[in-house]
Design a protein around this ligand. Structure first.
Ligand code: C2E
Ligand code: MG
Ligand code: MG
Length: 612
């Protein structure tokens, strides 16, 4: 990079060009004496050759020479890049012939006239050598400076490029972080945070434009857990992505679709005229979702429950909106799923009531507000009581007796169910043991206890059961556990392990509400089931719907061929009893025999030795 001059820093080299040998000699002598190194040339051509061999530091050049005069030599040297900087002092014999102007024009720096005076020659030579040296130094400094500037410029350019790259990367990263903060990584849809922000914007709009309305739809997939548990989380994830895509297609540009988490999606329909638009939209969603999803590993059907709330100036914050949409969605679930429900104010009141009930339920155990009722199970072959089903009741301090249908789902949701079921299990076992001790029942009379779905995901379920019958010294063969099909289906593998262990303890297992579940029958082979309890809905319509006779016969047949027993629930009339006896059903339960009764009343019943 560096291009410093090759100016000789040691002994200065002077080229003398003169066709008069005396002049050459004279000049050479005086210059030598001053410590210069001297070369001599007798004509122009020699001078040029000498310069090409080695660049002199200065040339003393005679003007008048044959063939090529001094001007021509000088012009030639000045035209050549390598030699153009050599200072040339012209030597002139006669004053009046010297064309001073031309001498400077062709590039000479000075001239000396003959006859030479040694001092004048030396002083002029010395001056021009120093001048040249100074010039050279400046040139070198300039070159150095230029080099440094160039180097720094390059460095700056590189730094600049580096900075630009860093800035770009940082912007990219920031963009990514921002995207991640506001989007769901699985479906790439907006996430809860972004959705809430947009709802907030919509609420603000209602405060500016008084008639501005929007709707929030809260969508929760029905039985999504079954898909996750049976087909695996990968299929579950793929399904969520596919649902997201189907919903996305239905959106207008101004609408917002978000995944709130799990199997929950939320939609904000901006600027709508009335709630009908949202209802029609919800219907479209339900229709779209009803088509099967062809995933890479399975074809899956899914439905969803949707809660709708109309957003207007009555709302102050997005949380309230989402809460009400959620409440409406729950209502859609309880009304049978795969439907939508629009939020109304009384839902809010009910939600509050439910919350109150939930709080009361928490205290109900310690306040001993629960009571177990017993409903006889009758052997249809002997007509005698063969066992009892323990059914819990809640004696609410202000609301009176509350049915398990109302509070069991709340208990399941809040996790209180474990405590309730454990308490019922113990109480019922103690009760039967007491009746046994009092000889009110035979040794083979059994007690059936309902177990919630939730208890199957409880790791110490077996310990609880084991402890119960050991403490109470009840023969495990007297204990039957009733679980629903969904409990088994929703807990697949865990259920299989627990059920096998229960079987080892000789505890019997009944499938409650058989025939109403959402399942395949294959689990009957995998799980050690002893009894099928035919759901009352089949018994209810026994007379009005002849097809049910066939169904019941099939279930009884299925039980018998698989070495199981069948119990019919909800027998209310002697006709039904007769029909079931005809069909060969093993056991029966229902109001015809007895409603569920408190323990005291059961003692009275037993005392009368009932027989049907
Ligand atoms: P389930 O286990 O299927 O119990 C049978 C239900 O049918 C009982 O309602 C019973 O009173 C009712 N029933 C019996 N015979 C007749 C009849 O002839 N006609 C009609 N219409 N109904 C009849 P209950 O006691 O209200 O219990 C409802 C459900 O609550 C039970 O259904 C069970 O799933 C659940 N449950 C009750 N006690 C417990 C408990 O201690 N733990 C758990 N986890 N669930 C319980
Ligand atoms: Mg039951
Ligand atoms: Mg049942």
């Amino acid at each position: 990079m560096s291009k410093t001059s090759n100016f000789n820093m040691g002994k200065k080299d002077i080229l003398i060009v003169d066709d008069t040998p005396d002049n050459l000699r004279f000049l050479a002598t005086i210059l030598n004496q001053q410590g210069y190194s001297v070369r001599k040339a007798l004509d122009g051509q020699m001078a040029i050759t000498a310069c090409q061999n080695l660049l002199p530091d200065l040339i003393l050049l005679d003007i008048l020479m044959p063939e090529m005069d001094g001007y021509a030599v000088c012009e030639f040297l000045k035209a050549n890049e390598q030699t153009q900087k050599i200072p040339v002092i012209f030597l002139s014999a006669i004053d009046d012939i010297l064309d001073k102007v031309k001498a400077f024009e062709v590039g000479g720096v000075d001239y000396i006239t003959k006859p030479f005076h040694a001092e004048e020659v030396l002083i002029r030579v010395k001056n021009h050598i120093s001048l040249r040296a100074a010039e050279q130094k400046i040139l070198n400094l300039n070159i150095e400076l230029e080099n440094r500037v160039q180097e720094r410029t390059l460095q700056l350019e590189l730094t600049n490029q580096e900075l630009k790259r860093e800035l770009y990367e940082r912007q990219q990263l920031q963009g990514q972080l921002l995207y991640r903060a506001f989007h769901d990584p699985l479906t790439n849809l907006s996430n809860r945070t972004l959705f809430m922000e947009r709802l907030d914007d919509a609420i603000k709009l209602t405060q500016v434009e008084s008639d501005y309305q929007f709707a929030v739809l809260f969508l929760d997939c029905d039985r999504f857990k079954v898909i996750n548990d049976s087909l695996g989380h990968l299929v579950g994830d793929e399904l969520l992505i596919a649902i997201g895509k189907r919903l996305q297609i239905l959106m207008r540009d101004s609408d917002i679709l978000a995944r709130l988490g799990g199997d929950e999606f939320a939609i904000c329909l901006e600027k709508i005229t009335d709630i009908n638009y949202a209802k029609i939209f919800a219907d479209t969603i339900l229709k779209e979702l009803s088509a099967p999803f062809k995933l890479s590993r399975a074809e899956v059907f899914i439905s969803a429950s949707i809660g709708i709330v109309l957003g207007n100036r009555n709302y102050n914050n997005p949380q309230e909106l989402l809460r009400d949409a959620d409440t409406a969605m729950y209502r859609a679930k309880t009304q049978g799923k795969s439907r939508y429900c629009v939020f109304t104010d009384d839902m809010y009141q009910q939600a509050i009531k439910l919350l109150q009930l939930e709080n009361d339920l928490k205290r109900a155990i310690e306040r001993q507000e629960f009571i177990v009722y017993y409903q006889p199970i009758v052997s249809l072959s002997t007509g005698r009581i063969s066992g009892f089903e323990a059914l819990v009741r809640w004696q609410h301090p202000t609301q009176g007796m509350i049915s398990p249908v109302e509070f069991i789902p709340i208990a399941e949701e809040t996790g209180l169910i474990a405590a309730i079921d454990t308490w019922v299990l113990k109480t019922a076992c103690i009760q039967l043991r007491n009746w046994q001790k009092q000889k009110l029942v035979d040794e083979d009379v059994s007690i059936s206890v309902n177990l919630s779905v939730r208890l199957f995901s409880q790791p110490n379920l077996l310990e609880i059961i084991d402890q119960a019958w050991r403490e109470i010294q009840l023969n495990p063969q007297n204990l039957k556990l009733e679980i629903t099909e969904s409990a088994i289906m929703e807990n697949g593998e865990a259920a299989a392990v627990i059920l096998q262990q229960l079987r080892k303890c000789q505890i019997q297992l009944s499938i409650d509400d058989f025939g109403t579940g959402y399942s395949s029958l294959s689990y009957l082979q995998r799980f050690p089931v002893n009894i099928l309890k035919i759901d009352q809905c089949f018994i209810n319509t026994l007379e009005s719907n002849p097809r049910n006779t066939g169904l019941i016969a099939t279930i009884i047949n299925l039980a018998h061929t698989s070495d199981m027993k069948a119990i019919a629930e909800g027998i209310e009339t002697p006709e039904k009893l007769a029909q079931l006896r005809d069909l060969g059903c093993d056991f029966g339960q229902g109001y015809l025999f007895s409603k569920p009764l408190a323990a005291k009343s059961i003692v009275d019943l037993l005392a009368s030795s009932p027989h049907w």
